[in-house]
Unconditional design. Structure first.
Length: 324
């Protein structure tokens, strides 16, 4: 049995006119990854800042590893690492110096801080660049240093606020691997992202927030099931028999959803979560002698889920081209 290591209960935070958090509740089990998913301005960073004790909520409570974020900020800080949405490393220092400095700030001896810096540079494939100023690093290297900095103190709980925004695909994959390794070592991760694919890849559970409230939660699969469910697409070999195929299929599925697309010679049948219905549909069509060229059983993508829940497409990253 795992138990929650992060608990957020009915947290509210207002900035002037903006109700950034309007009663957010969530929990994260130890050793798992929670994906906090939401469009721009949903309240993701605000949630992370409350949990990292950088911001006091107006009301509600939150705890990390059993420590209250309002009353035990020092204890909370001793167990967490934070990689913020915007780089927090000093560009004029080298990678090694940045890591060393954080080690010293955490109270390590000079020798220990050097050793830890070396270990982390190695782990993040930055050993060769360790003695160069961070301002000479590529976007992907900067993100890696950022993450390394948040790991100096071996945190039990790691907050990653949009860790891969602006990264090229290869750097993104690399960062995902690192995150997986950390979780395999027992670290709990709360990851905010606008990339559905990222939540799908990394998160054990997903909480979708929009305008400061939780609008859905579950595993990626559960969220996909909550929408329209699966759609069976049957491609008919003979275009002239399309209408006939539709008539056959309409008799077995909820009729309002069945539709024909002439261009792809296909009939689409919503089957929800009933895969037996899909299998039946194929076998009945075959038995009527209508030749099937192909069929697929599509699941809605997380993008569809997101759109349905928030009425927003996930925002395209504006800074995709920043990283090299
Ligand atoms: N310090 C602040 N002062 C005023 N308004 C703020 C402040 N911080 C956040 N907000 C507002 O609160 C809302 C939630 O912001 P937040 O940064 O948590 O969103 P987000 O989900 O992280 O968005 P993004 O995906 O763009 O990073 C937004 O409307 C934002 O403008
Ligand atoms: Mg944010």
């Amino acid at each position: 049995m795992t138990s929650p290591i992060i608990v957020v209960d009915d947290v509210r935070k207002r900035f002037g006119e903006t109700q950034a958090l309007d009663g957010v509740s969530l929990s994260v089990d130890q050793g798992t990854v929670l994906g906090l998913l939401g469009p721009n301005g949903a309240g993701k960073t605000t949630t992370v800042r409350v949990l990292a004790t950088l911001l006091k909520p107006d009301s509600g409570s939150a705890s990390v590893a059993g420590y209250d974020v309002n009353k035990q900020a020092d204890e909370v800080r001793s167990v967490i690492g934070l990689t913020g949405q915007y780089a927090a490393v000093d560009e004029k220092l080298t990678g090694h110096e940045n890591l060393w400095m954080v080690g010293r700030l955490l109270g390590m001896s000079k020798a220990d801080a050097h050793q830890r810096a070396g270990e982390l540079l190695e782990r993040f494939s930055l050993s060769d660049a360790g003695d160069r100023q961070v301002r000479t690093y590529s976007g992907g290297m900067r993100r890696r240093v950022d993450l390394a900095v948040s790991l100096v103190g071996r945190p039990r709980v790691l907050f990653l606020d949009e860790p891969t925004t602006g990264l090229d695909p290869a750097s993104r994959l690399e960062l995902w691997d690192i995150a997986r390794e950390l979780v395999a070592d027992g670290t709990t991760v709360l990851l905010t992202t606008q990339y559905l694919e990222e939540a799908d890849e990394l998160a054990d559970r997903i909480v979708v927030i929009d305008r400061g409230t939780v609008v859905a939660e579950g595993t990626a699969d559960e969220l996909k099931d909550r929408t329209r469910g699966r759609v069976l697409q049957v491609e008919i070999s003979d275009r002239n028999r399309l209408e006939e195929a539709r008539d056959v299929l309409t008799r077995m599925a909820p009729p309002e959803g069945v539709h024909v697309d002439v261009a792809t010679r296909s009939v689409f049948v919503p089957v929800g979560t009933d895969t037996a219905l899909a299998a039946n549909a194929i076998s009945i069509l075959s038995s009527t002698g209508i030749d099937i060229a192909d069929f697929t059983l599509e699941r809605p993508s997380l993008d569809d889920v997101f759109l349905e829940l928030t009425g927003n497409s996930p925002s395209p990253s504006d800074d995709e081209e920043v990283a090299k």
